[in-house]
Design a protein around this ligand. Structure first.
Ligand code: 2HG
Ligand code: ZN
Length: 460
């Protein structure tokens, strides 16, 4: 056991699994950002809520910082441990604890992967509708820590809308049972919502009660080719006016090129600068409306081609073109922006952002995609091979400052759904006022007076 402080922890909690091998420290000390060198003190894998509480009390007594850890698919450095922290991985706490058919809720331990929670809901004939590409690895706890969005927000909203209750071990080791799945509760501050998107800075979410809903209808997936960026929001309006959309996502030809480099077939004979994937019910009335929307867009010069899925397999192929983007560009260690504005502000912001990035990034390949129906854009800047990571990041940070200014003017957010973590910390002030940040700090001091919970994330 390398650090003597760990002896006490191992002695007090004989059932606790502790890992200190170099390979484990590297594995658990990083998330998908790959920008920081992992250097945790050790990895603790508790199996019970009581163990989590004891770990937090030990951390307070020994002045050890804690990094709560889920599937580590985060893209903002929220789960990075680079300064001798104790990583507390919830991966062993991954059980379904209960289902309530009357309340239509599923109670889970926070370490359960999103996909397993979705499958459990389906097993009861219902749906947990939060969904995103990293579903197989991302944990429910991590999705709560970032208020994850994903591909169904246009229809169902963010994670926040679906958390009926949660249990939080605060920075002092106290266990709070928040929300308790009540539909109505006007008894003061809703502390549950403070824990959502807190990125583990207030405590560790150990359990969640997920609200479930009716399963989605059978759906069709349509891929549209667009001639211009300006057409995007108008196509969205045309489809949204006629259909209840289950998803409305966009990507560029550059994104498609990277996905196809990893396999799959080009969807159209010709290439087009922009594409939209949209999903809607496959009943006859919806199909008629979808075709009418498509024809309207073709007639107005907003779309140049389109294909509709003829089978589930084809629907999956079309989705892969969108969902495969992050993985297909991962080898370029992209610098990621994840920004949002109100949907109404999107056309003006898009025009400004496009001109800004074309001006500022002539030397880099820029991959645009995202949840356009939610006003959420992902902008991945690819590091040229051979360029030093530090120089690349410095150049991108310079541009992010300019982008942050544009976001502020348009009333947007520097982090739509990935969280602030380490990556977006310098830009928090473009989204939140000084008074808001001061209030957040004061709240943290109440939940975590010794500052052991994920220090350095969100703000310093
Ligand atoms: C997505 O929408 C994820 O696929 C990842 O939020 C976005 O890699 C990204 O920038
Ligand atoms: Zn996304």
């Amino acid at each position: 056991m390398p650090d003597p402080r760990l002896h006490g922890l191992a002695r007090d909690l004989p059932q606790l699994r502790l890992k200190t091998d170099l390979a484990d420290l590297e594995h658990y000390g990083r998330d998908w950002t790959r920008r920081w060198t992992p250097a945790p003190l050790a990895i603790a894998l508790p199996g019970t809520v009581a163990e989590v509480q004891a770990i937090v009390r030990w951390a307070n007594a020994n002045s050890v910082a804690i990094v709560p850890s889920g599937g580590r698919t985060g893209l903002s450095g929220g789960a990075v441990a680079a300064h001798g922290e104790l990583v507390v991985s919830l991966e062993r706490m991954n059980r379904v604890l209960g289902f309530d058919a009357v309340d239509r809720t599923l109670t889970v331990e926070a370490g359960i992967p999103l996909q397993l929670a979705q499958e459990a809901a389906r097993g009861h004939g219902l749906q947990y509708p939060v969904d995103f590409a990293a579903r197989g690895s991302a944990s429910i706890g991590g999705s709560i820590a970032t208020n994850a969005g994903g591909i169904r927000v246009v229809r169902y909203g963010n994670t926040r809308e679906w958390i009926a209750g949660l249990k939080l071990v605060t920075g002092t080791g106290e266990l709070l049972d928040l929300g308790r799945a009540l539909v109505k509760d006007s008894s003061g501050y809703d502390l549950r919502h403070l824990a959502i998107a807190a990125e583990g800075t207030l405590g560790i979410v150990v359990e969640a009660t997920l609200r479930l809903t009716d399963p989605p209808p059978p759906t069709n997936v349509m891929l549209l080719a667009l001639p211009s960026f300006e057409a995007l929001m108008r196509v969205f309006e045309a489809f949204r006016a006629r259909l209840q959309l289950q998803a409305f996502e966009f990507f560029t030809d550059v994104a498609l090129k990277h996905v196809l480099a990893h396999g799959g077939q080009a969807p159209f004979a010709e290439t087009h600068p922009y594409y939209v994937v949209t999903e809607f019910a496959s009943d006859e009335a919806s199909e008629v409306e979808a075709l009418a929307a498509f024809e309207q867009c073709m007639g107005e010069g907003l779309a140049s081609d389109g294909v509709i899925s003829a089978s589930d397999a084809q629907a999956q192929q079309l989705w892969r073109l969108r969902e495969g983007i992050t993985e297909s560009v991962a080898r370029y260690v992209p610098y990621k922006n994840d920004v949002s504005v109100r949907i109404a502000a999107m056309p003006a912001f898009l025009a400004e952002a496009q001109a800004l990035l074309a001006r500022e990034y002539p030397q880099f390949e820029v991959v645009w995609f995202g949840h356009i129906g939610d006003g959420n854009l992902h902008i991945n800047i690819l590091k040229p091979d051979g360029m030093a990571q530090a120089d690349f990041v410095a150049d991108c940070e310079r541009v992010t400052k300019v982008l942050a200014g544009a976001l502020q003017r348009h009333g947007g957010s520097i982090s739509a759904e990935h969280g602030i973590g380490l990556v977006k910390k310098p830009y928090l002030g473009c989204t939140r006022s000084d008074a808001e940040i001061a209030a957040m700090r004061a709240i943290k001091a109440v939940f975590d007076p010794a500052g052991v919970m994920n220090p350095g994330k969100l703000f310093d």
